[in-house]
Structure formats: structure tokens, C-alpha cells
Design a protein around this ligand. Structure first.
Ligand code: MSP
Length: 504
């Protein structure tokens, strides 16, 4: 089975911030992990370029929406390689192929009888591009997310018959309890469905920045329907001359944050049903990165610039920090102070130190050579079943738990060094074999954790595996087996403490 993972497509009304980097990094970890399993993987990210959020931001700058879209799409595109993100395609919703696919699918939805003309009246947040129900509105008629005043809209629109899908969606949730995770988000989506679904606008009349409605040129599609379809449309043109849809649809995982839960867990499956397309396997909803107690967001001004963090500490440290600090699926506060603390205590003192000690002792006592023999059964027992446990967690998108499983072994290896004190063994000619067994077990243990860390920290893992002379990093390579590391080479400090000077 191929593995197809997506991130939300990000609005190009502003530059990327750490919140966007977070989801993209998580998706990359999943994609890399499945590549380790030697599966066919397709990883999609991109930008959402139509609709009011972008049109309004462009007008405020006195430029055309397309110009703003081009400018910011480039910044999102540039972020991916800097984060060591290995996406297979970058979709932009202004791609003509995407637009044609949106028109095709939504025309089918209409032919299938799920579209009608009506008048929309209600409250709307132009930043969310979302129509707000009365019970969500904040005091002062404000958006609960952006805290800006909502507009009152009255518009002649085409509607999508979302209400027709009430029963089918309830059945979907009953039959597939893993459709949405974590459980709290599943419950939230289900209770929204149970509270009674109302039809939603499918098109906008007043807007011109969007995909034209083929049966009525005075309308463009409501940006959310255009945007959601990216997950499907991309497959038809991501590889020139090839249509991947048949092979890769439906998606295995959509990763999103809870701000866009309703669109992905209610509108999206209903739309796919209306278009007679298969539903994705899983939607995983992670929490918010918070700064000073508020969701980090450009419009609130409380953002950490991922480019600056990468420049100083490197992409691997950022990837590690985000997935370790904030339990994936929950909200969590991030700060420069907690970043620096984890960098120093965990990356430098635990992993970095383990690597330099292991390689250093092999160099000192054995000239870098690892002699053949058995591994310490004590360590073997502690590593038994580790790759399978990591797989099972990543299958459920439990990225923080998976990283913790691995990190416990990093700590185990450090304790092992203390327990066995190779420097004491080295002084006793009678204990040569014992010393060899300890060094060999350490080298193989380090190799095993490094292979498992590769999806989280690809550059550091590859460097370290090179130094261990065992560059293979498939999941099969992660087993703790003797005979893989034969000789080691010294490397410079992996996580230097003085990052300003090192420019790491
Ligand atoms: N364009 C829509 C999504 C369409 S998907 C078919 C959109 N764009 S967005 O630019 O606002 O991005 C929202 C997503 O960015 C969140 O769902 C999440 O993946 C990520 N995040 C943005 N800020 C974030 C935090 N502060 N914390 C965690 N994730 C964050 O909505």
C-alpha cells in the first residue's frame, strides 16, 4: 500500500511562521518513516492562494492578489528545503491544472444534485474565510480566532447540500472510529455533525479572486472547496505525463491543526461523497503552538521566525524540539528559553555526548576498529521490539511518543556507559573481551537509535551513520544486530554549544 500524506495548504497572505513549519515537519517525519519501510510515499504540501484572506492582504499592500501570491508562495516553497522537508510536490491553487480539476469535480457535485441557488445571510470572518454560527461568535460580534469584527454578509450564492450528508457522516464516524484522531477531535467533529448540519455556500458572488464557476461566470468557488480539492487534484498533474490518482488516492493521512477541523472532518468527507470519490483514511488534528498563551499567528504578531531559528541551530534541532516539546495532538507553549534548554540538555548532552563518547572510546582503545563478536544480552533485551514499537506509534501519528521511545534508548545507552565504565575495563588486560563487547554493543546501539532518529533529524543522523561506517537507514537497518559497525571515524561536535560562533 502506498502512503500518501498531506499538510494543509497555507494562505499566502503573509510569510510562513513556525506554526506552518510545525505541520510540515510532522508530515515529513511520517513521510520519511514510511520511506524507511520501503513503501511508495507521496508527500504533498503547498499554498492556498484564492479567497478573501489573500485578496484583502494584496489590496492593503496596493498590489494584485496574483503578485502577492507569487511572492509568498516562493517563501513557503523555500522553507521546505531549509527544514529538510522532502515533499514530492508543491501545489499552488492558482495552478491551471488544479483550477480545471476543481471545476470538473464541483460540476459533478452539481450534476449529482447537491447544488442549488439561494441567499446566504450571516456573519463572516474574512481572515478565516469562514461563515460563523451564532454560538461561536465572540463578544462584540468578533471572530473567536482572530478577534476582529465579523462582517454581515447577504449574498446570492450556490449552496452545497451539506445537510443531505448528516446520516452518512454519522455512519462514517460509527464505522471508522480512526477516521479522526485524537479522540477529543473525533468527538468534537461528531458532536458538530450531530448538532445538525446546515447547507453551506459553495460559491461567492462578490469576490472575483478565485476559480470561476463554469456554469455561472459571475461566481467563483468558495475558497474552502477550491482549497480542499488540492489533495485530490495534485495527483493528476504532480508528475508530468502521469496521473497518480488511481495509484495514490485516497490519502492515508491529512495532518491539520484544530483551527480547520470542521472543514476537514465534515465538509471534506461530505464533498467527496457528493463527488463519488473515496474518503481519506485518517485526519490527524494536532494542537497549537502557543506563545504567551495565545495561538502563534501572523495576525496576532506573536510568531517565531523559523528561518532565524534554523540559521542559528540548524533544521534538525528545530524539528526535534517541536516534536519533543509539544505532545503531538495537544497544544503546547514554545519559547526560545525552552528551545535552548532542550538543545543543550538533550541534543548536546545526551545524543551528542553519546556519539562523541562512543566514537572517542573506540578511537582511543581500538584505533577506531570494532571487533566481531556477540552483543551484550542486557542491551539486546532493552532494544527488543523497538523498531516495531516505533512503527506502531507512527501508524497512529503519535510522533512525540515515538520520539520518546527512541530517546529512552539514547538515555539507556548513556547509562550503559556509566554502568560498564569502559575506562576501567581498559586498564585491565584480563578484561579485553568485556571491553570489546561493551564498545561493540554501544556502537550498534548508537547505530540503531540513529536509524530510528533519521525521520526526525535526517542531516545529523546521516552524518552520524557515515561516521559509524553504516549509512543504511531503512527500518530493517534499525534492528540491533552485531557486525554492522566495523570501524568508526571521528566527527566534529554534532550539536555545538556555542551556536553563534559555529553558525550551525
Ligand atoms: N488555507 C487554509 C488551509 C486549507 S487546507 C485545504 C489555512 N491556511 S493557514 O495558513 O491559516 O494554515 C493553517 C494551518 O497552519 C494550521 O491548520 C496548522 O497546520 C498550521 N498552523 C498555523 N499556525 C499554527 C500554530 N500556531 N500552531 C500549530 N499549527 C499552526 O487555514
Amino acid at each position: 500500500m502506498p502512503f500518501y500524506v498531506t499538510t494543509p495548504i497555507y494562505y499566502v497572505n503573509a510569510a510562513p511562521h513556525l506554526g506552518h513549519a510545525y505541520t510540515t515537519i510532522a508530515a515529513d517525519v511520517m513521510a520519511r518513516h514510511h520511506r524507511q519501510r520501503e513503501e511508495e510515499v507521496f508527500f504533498l504540501t503547498g499554498t492556498d492562494e484564492h479567497g478573501e484572506p489573500v485578496a484583502d492582504a494584496a489590496h492593503a499592500l496596493g498590489i494584485e492578489p496574483q503578485e502577492l501570491a507569487d511572492r509568498n508562495a516562493e517563501r513557503f516553497k523555500a522553507l521546505a528545503p531549509q527544514l529538510q522537508v522532502s515533499n514530492d510536490f508543491f501545489i499552488r491553487t492558482t495552478d491551471p491544472e488544479h483550477e480545471a480539476k476543481v471545476q470538473e469535480v464541483l460540476s459533478r457535485v452539481r450534476e449529482n444534485g447537491f447544488v442549488y441557488e439561494g441567499v446566504y445571510e450571516g456573519s463572516y470572518c474574512p481572515r478565516c474565510a469562514d461563515f460563523k454560527a451564532e454560538n461561536e461568535i465572540e463578544e462584540g460580534h468578533r471572530c473567536p480566532i482572530h478577534h476582529i469584527e465579523l462582517t454581515r454578509e447577504r449574498e446570492q450564492n450556490y449552496f452545497f447540500r451539506l445537510s443531505d450528508f448528516q446520516e452518512r457522516l454519522e455512519r462514517l464516524y460509527a464505522e471508522r472510529e480512526d477516521f479522526v484522531a485524537p479522540r477529543t477531535r473525533y468527538n468534537e467533529a461528531l458532536s458538530f455533525i450531530r448538532s445538525g448540519l446546515r447547507d453551506v455556500p459553495l460559491t461567492r458572488h462578490r469576490l472575483t479572486w478565485g476559480v470561476r464557476v463554469p456554469w455561472d461566470h459571475e461566481h467563483v468557488f468558495y475558497v474552502w472547496f477550491d482549497a480542499l480539492l488540492n489533495y485530490y487534484s495534485a495527483l493528476s498533474y504532480a508528475r508530468p505525463g502521469e496521473d497518480l490518482t488511481e495509484r495514490l488516492w485516497p490519502a492515508s493521512y491529512h495532518l491539520i491543526a484544530k483551527d480547520i477541523l470542521r472543514f476537514h472532518t465534515v465538509y471534506w468527507p461530505a464533498l467527496l461523497m457528493a463527488a463519488e470519490l473515496e474518503l481519506p483514511e485518517h485526519v490527524f488534528v494536532h494542537g497549537y503552538l502557543l506563545m504567551g498563551g495565545e495561538k502563534m499567528s501572523k495576525s496576532l504578531g506573536n510568531v517565531l521566525d523559523p528561518f532565524a531559528v534554523i540559521e542559528r541551530f540548524g533544521a534538525d534541532a528545530l524539528r526535534f524540539y517541536l516534536l519533543r516539546e509539544v505532545p503531538f495532538g495537544q497544544d503546547g507553549t514554545v519559547s526560545s528559553a525552552s528551545f535552548e534548554l532542550r538543545y543543550e540538555t538533550e541534543l548536546a548532552n545526551e545524543l551528542g555526548n553519546l556519539a562523541s563518547r562512543t566514537i572517542g572510546m573506540l578511537a582511543r582503545y581500538r584505533d577506531g576498529a570494532v571487533c566481531a563478536g556477540e552483543l551484550d544480552p542486557l542491551l539486546e533485551a532493552d532494544f527488543a521490539g523497538l523498531p516495531a514499537a516505533v512503527c506502531a506509534l507512527i501508524d497512529r501519528a503519535e510522533l512525540t511518543l515515538a520520539l520518546d521511545e527512541i530517546w529512552q534508548r539514547v538515555r539507556r545507552l548513556n547509562r550503559y556507559v556509566e554502568e560498564r565504565a569502559p575506562w576501567v575495563l581498559a586498564r585491565d588486560p584480563e578484561r579485553v573481551q568485556e571491553l570489546d563487547c561493551v564498545l561493540r554493543s554501544l556502537a550498534e546501539g548508537l547505530r540503531s537509535v540513529t536509524v530510528l532518529l533519521w525521520p526526525f533529524m535526517p542531516t545529523s543522523a546521516e552524518r552520524l551513520l557515515e561516521a559509524l561506517g553504516a549509512p543504511g537507514h531503512t527500518l530493517a537497518d534499525a534492528e540491533l544486530t552485531a557486525g554492522r559497525v566495523r570501524s568508526v571515524r571521528a566527527i566534529a561536535s554534532m550539536f555545538p554549544k556555542d551556536t553563534q560562533a559555529a553558525g550551525a
